[in-house]
Design a protein around this ligand. Sequence first.
Ligand code: S3P
Length: 427
Amino acid sequence: MDRTIHPSSALKGEITVPGDKSISHRSVMFGAIADGTTEITGFLAAADPLSTLSCFNAMGITHRFEGDKLYINGKGLHGLQKPSAQLDAGNSGTTIRLICGILAGQHFPVSISGDQYLVKRPMKRIIDPLRRMGADITATEAMTAPLSIRPAGTLTAIDYELPVASAQVKSAVLLAGLYANGTTRVIESEQSRDHTERMLGLPVERSNGRTIVSVKGGQGVSAGHYAVPGDPSSAAFFVVAGLIVPGSEILIRNVGMNPSRIGFLSVLKRMGGSIEYLNERTVGGEPLADLLVRSSQLSGDIILEGEIIPNIIDEIPVLSVAAAFSAGSFHVKGAQDLRNKETDRIEAVCANLRTTGLTVESFKDGFAFVSKNSLFHGSFDSFDDHRIAMAFGVASLALNGPSTIRHAECVSISYPAFWETMQSLQR
Ligand code: S3P
């Protein structure tokens, strides 16, 4: 489905963004391997977390939705059952990478794959450490899915220094660590999102700029309650929309403010964005706030590189849209992993920015604006990537004529009601 978006008058109103995708995936996975029933409020019932849920259903885990609550009937570390068919992770990198940490410790063989995009994404990053732990895991020659995992007995604990800053890799190793002899330690020099360690209550040390997370083999996972905050990565689209559409004022309620996720807010503030944090609080171990966004004249030369990159990795597409409407320059470096997301996000962002008339140069590890004239409306490709669709949907609100987003329905991966929420702010 293509979607036409017209230039918008001021966006006004209050919205609540859907639940955090990263935390929703984890709440199902950790609930499944806990002893007893876990109650989840605010679960994101979008395609990606539902892929995680269906993988665990296929391994004998039952669940029920009751109002806004999801209950997962956990069966403990060793209670999963052999699925009758290959597991399907759909489009979800988080599903396939994290679940492999759990599958590596099971007593049954299993294989897992996903859609045409997921099977192109690199899996060597999880296969290498899991094999070091003794896991029996095989992939295609290109080290991509489908992946086959056979029982390997008890795994061996390792110390693993992450070669790529990735919460997915960190989490896969920590989950395998639950099935290992001894204490597994994951060391990262650039901090990635810390939901796994927070939710499992794992010890975290910081020394010499490095973060070390440990997990003891055999330590049980407690069943209980997870309160999923609103996804800051989803809020980011409406924060940018509010900043770039003149006269706007939007209140975004219940946004997760985990410091490992909100680097985009500091970038937008550096560009002169008016974003107020209201009603700051902590719920279920995660900080939350309501965000009041007012349209702003953006400016300032922005270079994004180094340790902020893992923090803003999912927000770079929409930050590039904010920058397109700013008077300043924009340069992203050291973000080569953007090429390994749902699509190659460096090329996708550059192609769509070029459609607006911007001159952009792409590099192996990022991109930069070369020159800027007036921006034009046009036809944008989503590349079937939810975040590209939403980022250029937002851009379209502030362009000089109607734009189209190709395959706009892909927002269902993380934000099924995105287009309706956008319309609700235009009334
Ligand atoms: C995620 C980690 C990030 C992010 C993805 C979700 C997670 O991926 O891009 O959307 O939930 O752990 P990487 O760990 O590959 O950077």
